[in-house]
Design a protein around this ligand. Sequence first.
Ligand SMILES: Nc1ncnc2c1ncn2[C@@H]1O[C@H](COP(=O)(O)OP(=O)(O)OP(=O)(O)O)[C@@H](O)[C@H]1O
Ligand SMILES: Nc1nc2c(ncn2[C@@H]2O[C@H](COP(=O)(O)O)[C@@H](O)[C@H]2O)c(=O)[nH]1
Length: 202
Amino acid sequence: MSIDHHHAALAQRLTVLSGPSGVGKGSVKALIQEYYPWVWLSVSCTTRKPRPGEVDGADYHFVSTEQFESMIAAGEFLEWASYAGNLYGTPRGPVEERLRAGLPALLEIELQGARQVRRAMRDAQLVFLAPPSWDELVRRLTGRGTEDEATIARRLDAARQELAAEAEFDHTVTNVSIEQAAAELVELLSSPALAAKLASRL
Ligand SMILES: Nc1ncnc2c1ncn2[C@@H]1O[C@H](COP(=O)(O)OP(=O)(O)OP(=O)(O)O)[C@@H](O)[C@H]1O
Ligand SMILES: Nc1nc2c(ncn2[C@@H]2O[C@H](COP(=O)(O)O)[C@@H](O)[C@H]2O)c(=O)[nH]1
């Protein structure tokens, strides 16, 4: 679960999007892919089973626990974490390729992964996607209808901790509408916001 420190120099164009389960990260990501196709999104590996409609290689690389563990052993992840009973990780190669070319990269990952990126890449930009209210978060997560009650309870437990960590992030985008949240995020991906942030650290 570590990122080599020599990657710090590559971090300037790395943006991490996090937020509690059900807040709308996937919805915002899908809209960005449709309307802002120049934004490059990392495709994670997971041991979770695909949801109906999810496509292997596009939404995730769906892998077995054995495959995931051998990727950990081979140092193939930029970061990885165990979340609500499954493993999730960002393949290192494609992200490094983008950053080396000086191009922006966007990761949508949970809190432990965001913290790993923050520790190793101090100039990475961390964006927190927040719900308009707790009740609305519960409504969205249950309304999606893709998880059983026990899984929803686990995700809501994790959500409490994730909401408490908002202050660790550089920016908060509140997901009132998917279109507005995507536009705000894309604005943060473009260089002026990043330049201002970096300038403030000089
Ligand atoms: N701005 C919004 N207003 C109303 N409903 C929304 C909004 N954004 C997302 N939703 C709905 O909330 C549910 C959860 O959204 P989504 O699956 O994108 O969340 P997520 O953050 O990716 O969750 P997870 O981390 O569990 O994958 C979906 O049913 C989605 O349609
Ligand atoms: N640390 C990482 N977290 C990841 C990665 N890919 C996705 N995620 C996060 O996991 C949860 C659950 O996702 P779901 O698709 O099962 O609902 C969510 O918070 C994602 O952001 C990753 O590569 N690393």
